[in-house]
Design a protein around this ligand. Structure first.
Ligand SMILES: Nc1ncnc2c1ncn2[C@@H]1O[C@H](COP(=O)(O)OP(=O)(O)OP(=O)(O)O)[C@@H](O)[C@H]1O
Ligand SMILES: [Mg+2]
Length: 449
């Protein structure tokens, strides 16, 4: 039978009640009165049940911020004086976050069955960790850096008017997401949003794809076909990779922007179409204009408003935010026990250059969530080991943590993963060892060696 692990959290200087009964019933119970320690322990080892003892003061700080709602499948049980159930904050918190509660005086005949049930519930394979709607929905843009706050403000202004927009930015910075956001916040949000990748259309088809054709316009044109621009009537057309548009098509697009009418291929009629144009490019159009590859007049027509998507490396503060956002998003898809990132992983992500920007971040996190064998994602899982990146020499700090990691691994191996014995060997307290294990991304419960 699997070891049943229990974490017993008490207020400062308070004896854990019924501890010997709990241990006698076969529980591996560990006691702490420090919520930070508790958090480290939960991240390092699989606890099935948490037991939180309340005293008769109304102080619930000892629980630590968000501690009870983290810890994945772990079930928490409150042990409290009956008077505390009258306290609204406490009773509400218990309702929302606890599996069950037990009012004092302590009675092992009542408590032990509750622990048993909680263990049963905690052992059911579960879908990890999506908590509430901390983050906005599917197509929302995440960011809190000054660069993104400025961008959001521009985006709002741009959404309020109807002029063409040119979105620029490196690959993977969110140009398409930006275009969608403008459309959705604009008065056209009830109309269609049609995206066309100008770089992906064969040159001989672009004209008819964009403008449509009449029946009999060419061999094979058995029916009239509406083009993308007309299909976007009342809404927005997103012309992605506009820099790839051939010269002759640039003329036609310019005419449409000036006259707001189109002509289907093989047709003679000028059809009024009410469409907002948003274009995007990852190449520098000004250079393309100078080199004669892009029409200057079209450039100015498209460039009435512009939105510059910042590179991820220029919005450092957003990296951790985005990493956690996508982690949660993918955690909902996968049934894995990965619970977050090591501190080292967060640090290395903040230092990385991100040539592929947000798209690269998404791919690395996806990969890490598949590759990760422990509870926390390490730099190696992300494919971002400092030594491999070759960006700089090892710092003293890195040498120290490598040595630390190796010593801990050796001690754990020698003691068959008995954390208390390994801590003794290493001359540190058990809690310190837990903390170091977390720092190094080593985790007791999941065979990290
Ligand atoms: N700020 C953001 N918040 C959340 N997701 C984002 C953000 N920026 C980009 N993304 C996501 O990153 C991915 C790449 O974004 P998008 O396709 O819009 O980039 P792009 O600039 O059009 O890239 P490319 O030039 O390669 O076409 C998408 O999955 C998008 O949802
Ligand atoms: Mg794109």
């Amino acid at each position: 039978m699997e070891t049943r692990n229990l974490l017993y959290l008490t207020p400062p200087h308070t004896q854990p009640v019924l501890l010997s009964d709990i241990r006698a019933a076969g529980w591996n119970a560990q006691v702490t009165e420090n919520p930070d320690e508790a958090r480290v322990m939960i991240n390092s080892e699989r606890f099935h049940v948490g037991l939180a003892l309340f005293d008769s003061t109304n102080n619930i700080d000892f629980l630590g911020e968000n501690l009870i709602s983290t810890g994945g499948p772990m079930k928490w049980i409150a042990l409290l004086p009956p008077s505390q159930m009258q306290n609204e904050d406490i009773s509400q918190m218990i309702q929302e976050n606890f599996y069950d509660y037990h009012t004092l005086p302590a009675d092992s005949k009542r408590l032990l069955p509750i622990l048993g049930h909680a263990y049963g519930m905690a052992s059911i394979p579960h879908k990890p960790l999506i908590q509430g709607d901390e983050y906005p929905g599917e197509d929302e843009m995440v960011g809190a850096s000054p660069a993104m706050l400025a961008l959001f403000s521009n985006l709002r202004k741009i959404s309020g008017v109807d002029a063409p927009v040119l979105i620029t930015g490196e690959s993977g910075t969110g140009k398409e997401l930006g275009a969608t956001a403008i459309h959705e916040r604009s008065s056209r949000s009830g109309g269609p949003f049609v995206a066309v990748n100008c770089g992906a259309l064969p040159p001989n088809l672009i004209q008819s794809e964009l403008f449509g054709y009449e029946k009999g316009a060419f061999t094979g044109a058995a029916q009239r076909k509406i083009g993308h621009i007309e299909a976007a009537a009342g809404g927005t057309i997103f012309l992605d990779e506009i820099g790839d548009l051939p010269m002759d098509m640039q003329v036609n697009l310019l005419r449409f922007l000036q006259e707001k009418t189109i002509e289907r291929v093989g047709g003679t009629e000028h059809i009024n179409v009410d469409v907002r144009v948003i274009a995007a490019t990852h190449v520098d159009l000004e250079t393309a204009v100078k080199e004669g590859r892009f029409r200057e007049d079209l450039y100015y027509r498209l460039h009435v408003l512009d939105l510059k998507m910042p590179a991820l490396r220029d919005r450092q503060g957003d990296i951790e935010l985005l990493a956690r956002f996508f982690f949660k998003k993918f955690a909902a898809e996968k049934c894995r026990n990965v619970q977050g990132f090591t501190r080292e992983a967060i640090r290395i992500m903040s230092d990385h250059d991100w040539p592929g920007n947000v798209r690269e971040l998404i791919n690395r996190i996806r990969r890490a969530m598949v590759m990760c064998e422990n509870r926390l994602i390490t730099p190696a899982d992300l494919g971002l080991e400092r030594r491999a990146s070759g960006r700089h020499m090892l710092t003293l700090d890195e040498v120290r943590s490598t040595a630390e990691r190796e010593a801990i691994q050796t001690a754990l191996r020698r003691t068959h993963k008995n954390v208390s014995k390994a801590a003794q060997e290493l001359g540190v307290s058990r809690v310190t060892l837990y903390r170091l294990m977390e720092k190094c991304g080593l985790h007791h419960a999941h065979g990290m060696m």
